[in-house]
Ligand binder design. Structure first.
Ligand code: ADP
Length: 150
C-alpha cells in the first residue's frame, strides 16, 4: 500500500494543484491532501473554506482524502503512516526551494519526496496570482476548479 501526502496551503486550490493531484492518483494507492495551518500566516480563505474547495473538487475520487495539519510536515506524514510526500515543481525557483526542504525532510525521516513537473500551460498558476485576480475583481474561474466560489 503506497500512501502519500500532498501538503500545501491551498489558499485557494488552483488548476495547478488539481493537475498534480490528478496525476498523483495514478502513482499512489492513497493520496492525503494535507492543508497546512500556520498561525504566522494570513490566509485569504478560512481553513473550512480551503477544505471545502479541495474536498468538493475530488468528491468522486475514493483514493483521496482531505485533512488539515499543524507542525512539521514529516511528523504529520509519519502520523498518517505515509511514506511519501508529493510536491509540484513549476520552475527553477520552486526547484531550489523544494530541494532544500526535501533534503531537510530526508535528514529528519525516511520519508521520500516525489516531485511532479507541472503540466505545460499550468506552470504560471499560483494561489497568490489567483488571490490578486480575486481582490481586483478579475475572472478567477479560469484558474481554479469549479468548487472554488468567492
Ligand atoms: P505552499 O504554501 O506549501 O507552497 P501551495 O498551496 O502554494 O503551498 O503549494 C502546494 C504544492 O503545490 C507545492 O508543491 C507547489 O509547488 C505545488 N503547486 C502550486 N501551484 C502549482 C502549479 N501551478 N503547478 C504545479 N504545482 C503547483
Amino acid at each position: 500500500m503506497k500512501r502519500a501526502i500532498f501538503p500545501g496551503s491551498f489558499d485557494p486550490i488552483t488548476l495547478g494543484h488539481y493537475d498534480i493531484i490528478k496525476r498523483g492518483i495514478s502513482l499512489f494507492d492513497e493520496l492525503i491532501i494535507a492543508i497546512g495551518v500556520n498561525t504566522d500566516k494570513k490566509y485569504m480563505f478560512s481553513l473550512e473554506e480551503r477544505i471545502k474547495f479541495v474536498s468538493e473538487a475530488f468528491n468522486d475520487e475514493s483514493s483521496i482524502s482531505v485533512v488539515s495539519y499543524q507542525g512539521l510536515t514529516v511528523d504529520f506524514a509519519k502520523e498518517m503512516d505515509a511514506e511519501f510526500i508529493l510536491r509540484g515543481l513549476r520552475n527553477p525557483a520552486d526547484f531550489e526551494f523544494e530541494k532544500a526542504i526535501a533534503h531537510t525532510n530526508r535528514r529528519l525521516s525516511d520519508i521520500e519526496t516525489v516531485f511532479l513537473l507541472t503540466s505545460s500551460g499550468k506552470s504560471y498558476i499560483s494561489s497568490s496570482i489567483v488571490r490578486d485576480v480575486i481582490k481586483n475583481g478579475g475572472d478567477y474561474s479560469l484558474l481554479v476548479p469549479d468548487s472554488v466560489k468567492v
